[in-house]
Design a protein around this ligand. Structure first.
Ligand SMILES: C[S@@+](CC[C@H](N)C(=O)[O-])C[C@H]1O[C@@H](n2cnc3c(N)ncnc32)[C@H](O)[C@@H]1O
Length: 256
């Protein structure tokens, strides 16, 4: 059989055809860079140092390719993510903040939950360095009043000292290498007036770092009001069988 016919025969098989179609869809969504990124995520094993180096060592590039409708659908399909967002937003509301900044706001899930918890009048700001994530946040939060979304890097926050009453991160600092993570925390402390709130995992995995944020604050002589894992009850009856989310560290600190 000539080559071209063999190719057509393979493409004609149902499995291969749907794989081919998936590749085309993937290309349409994000071009060759996205096809490459997605293939590498699938092909390289989670214990591969190459995967860590190729995909995760440039978090801005990673989140620009990873962010988007498909990622949002994955996250929204996990009830533990919603349980965590709601719990965190209740903790934020308990601080009675007069203004809030979320660093690494992603597609806006946490800001949406915070808006419900704190009411309509509190000004909210979200900053993220991924244009694909921020675009989705702008769509998702289009009807939210007193909201500002900014494209920018958490290690150089474009805000004056003490600009926000409360500054929050959730699963953000852990994507950045230690030196950058230090700069991000220092920036958060600089722009925060009264509260710094974090939910950052403490254990390192193949695709992220792990940080003890409370220890960082204590080490710098700042007051840690609360720290510890998010209570297991938050995730009960959700989709978190191996306890990944409950290993998160919740930390509430005062900037000065
Ligand atoms: C796992 S998502 C979490 C999003 C959101 N905080 C939530 O809980 O739904 C991580 C987000 O942090 C952003 N991010 C990571 N490092 C950042 C940095 N240095 N500056 C700004 N955004 C960052 C990524 O672009 C991504 O949108």
């Amino acid at each position: 059989m000539p080559d071209s016919m063999q190719r057509m025969a393979v493409l004609g098989q149902p499995g291969s055809q749907s794989r081919f179609r998936r590749a085309i869809d993937c290309y349409r969504r994000g071009g060759t860079a996205y096809v490459w990124h997605k293939s590498m995520r699938r092909l390289l094993g989670n214990d591969s140092p190459l995967k860590r180096k190729l995909l995760y060592s440039h978090p801005r590039d990673y989140w620009t390719l990873r962010g988007g409708a498909e990622y949002m659908a994955e996250q929204e399909g996990q009830p533990s993510r919603t349980a965590r967002s709601q719990w965190l937003s209740e903790r934020v509301a308990a601080c009675s903040p007069e203004s809030i900044l979320e660093v690494g706001c992603g597609y806006g899930k946490q800001l949406e939950a915070i808006r419900s918890a704190v009411g309509d009048h509190i000004p909210l700001t979200g900053i993220d360095f991924s244009p694909t994530q921020l675009r989705l946040a702008a769509e998702r939060l289009a009807d939210v009043d007193h909201l500002t979304l900014v494209l920018g890097d958490g290690q150089r926050l474009p805000f004056p000292d003490g600009a926000f009453d409360l500054v929050l991160t959730s699963a953000v600092i852990l994507h950045n290498e230690p030196e950058i993570a230090d700069r991000m925390r220092a920036e958060i402390v600089r722009v925060s007036r009264r509260w710094c709130v974090h939910n950052e995992d403490t254990d390192e995995t193949y695709n992220r770092y792990g940080y003890d944020t409370a220890a960082w604050y204590r080490h710098r002589g700042l007051e840690v009001i609360e720290s510890g894992p998010i209570p297991e009850s938050v995730f009960s009856a959700s989709d978190d069988p191996d306890g990944e989310s409950s290993r998160s560290q919740y930390c509430l600190a005062r900037p000065r």
